[in-house]
Design a protein around this ligand. Structure first.
Ligand SMILES: *Cc1c(COP(=O)(O)O)cnc(C)c1O
Length: 363
């Protein structure tokens, strides 16, 4: 591969992808209505099920994760019912907008950015009104907050008609997620975050209960209709042309991930989180996310030292050769993020932190 002008990515998506995984995409193309493709599909399916800790199924979508947001809402929320969104960051707010854009009644249980949702808040909301589904962003990438998903799932589990929809776009394969044990009806993710694949493919573990709900909804759209996806999945296939090259990459990457061990991978992310916290606090920066709910995959640093983030970004790219994040949404500049996710190693994290130190020590 051509290396000379490559700037390594230290971004909360797209993340840096290892060369072996990029190479896996260079295999000759195969037709998707062939036994060879069905074998690839089945092989990948079984690895994905173990990664989501589910016995049900994992849909593979030729889209980014946002498409599956729409699929979950269209297949899971009846037109005369409502959905509850737990909002408190850029991504949770966008998911709520998608529900409204699809004509669904959406209520928001809003917390200030940087705060987590507690099980008590969810219990109170479900006591007060009835919902077809509760939508939670597991790991809010803009603020660096991880919601107490398992505890929230326990609360939602007490309401048999209320499904639990989880965006784990930046959590999956970086922080603990157990779909079946926790009673999650959909856990959706994108490829370009902690999965450490190129963008353009998305995945969702979906429960039987959600498929039963879909049967009661006449207009679910087509591209993200889970009943259509299910029909094909049973034949180890997809309804429309799948992103075959990205599936080659996903298959190869799952082998690496299972070799590392999923729980070991979560532990590696926790160690990098701890190193990022220690660095930020020792330099006099703040941590934006509420204590006790700080993400294992991305640390949102409060720019309390008021460093020039654009100048930092330029220095890191030109002098160190690494592209870094400059914050997201309304907290851009006031914060910047350290995305210790995917195949980022402690060595790379330390290289980035040393680079920021060098920038701050310049005269
Ligand atoms: C990146 C991100 C998304 C959007 O995913 P796309 O793959 O860009 O559609 C959604 N939710 C969270 C938490 C994210 O980090």
């Amino acid at each position: 591969m051509q290396e000379s002008d490559h700037k390594r990515l230290f971004l909360p998506g797209p993340v840096e992808v290892r060369e072996e995984i990029l190479q896996a995409q260079t295999r000759w193309m195969i037709g998707h209505r062939t036994p060879e493709f069905a074998e690839l599909f089945a092989r990948l399916q079984s690895k994905l099920k173990s990664a989501f800790f589910t016995d049900s199924r994992v849909y593979v979508s030729g889209s980014s994760g946002s498409g599956l947001w729409e699929g979950a809402i269209r297949c899971g929320v009846r037109d005369d019912k409502k959905v509850l969104h737990l909002t408190g960051g850029a991504f949770s707010e966008r998911w709520a907008q998608i529900s409204s854009a699809n004509g669904k009644g959406a209520d928001c249980l809003d917390v200030p950015w940087g705060r987590a949702h507690t099980p008590a808040m969810v219990a109170e909301a479900l006591e007060a009104d009835s919902y077809d589904a509760v939508c939670v962003v597991h790991n809010e990438t803009s603020t660096g907050v991880t919601n107490p998903l398992r505890e929230i799932a326990d609360v939602v589990g007490q309401y048999p008609d209320t499904l639990l929809f989880v965006d784990s776009v930046s959590g999956f394969l970086g922080t603990e997620l157990r779909v079946d044990d926790w009673g999650i009806d959909i856990a959706l993710t994108s490829s370009q975050k902690a999965f450490a694949l190129p963008p353009g493919i998305a995945f969702a573990a979906v429960s039987d209960r959600l498929l039963e709900r879909a049967e009661a909804i006449p207009q679910r759209g087509y591209y993200f209709d889970f009943l259509t996806l299910e029909k094909s999945l049973l034949k180890n296939n997809t309804p429309s042309t799948p992103p075959v090259t990205l599936m080659f990459a996903a298959d190869a990457q799952m082998d690496e991930i299972l070799a590392e061990g999923i729980e070991a991978r979560w532990a590696r992310h926790r160690r990098m989180r701890d190193a990022a916290h220690e660095w930020a606090l020792s330099r006099g920066f703040g941590l934006y996310a509420q204590d006790g709910y700080r993400s294992d995959t991305v640390t949102t640093v409060e720019n309390t030292l008021d460093i020039d983030i654009n100048a930092l970004g330029a220095f890191m790219e030109n002098d160190i050769g690494i592209a870094i994040d400059k914050g997201y949404g309304k907290i851009k500049g006031a914060t910047f993020r350290l995305p210790h996710m995917g195949d980022v190693t402690m060595d790379m994290l330390r290289e980035v932190l040393a680079g920021i130190d060098a920038f701050m020590n310049r005269v």
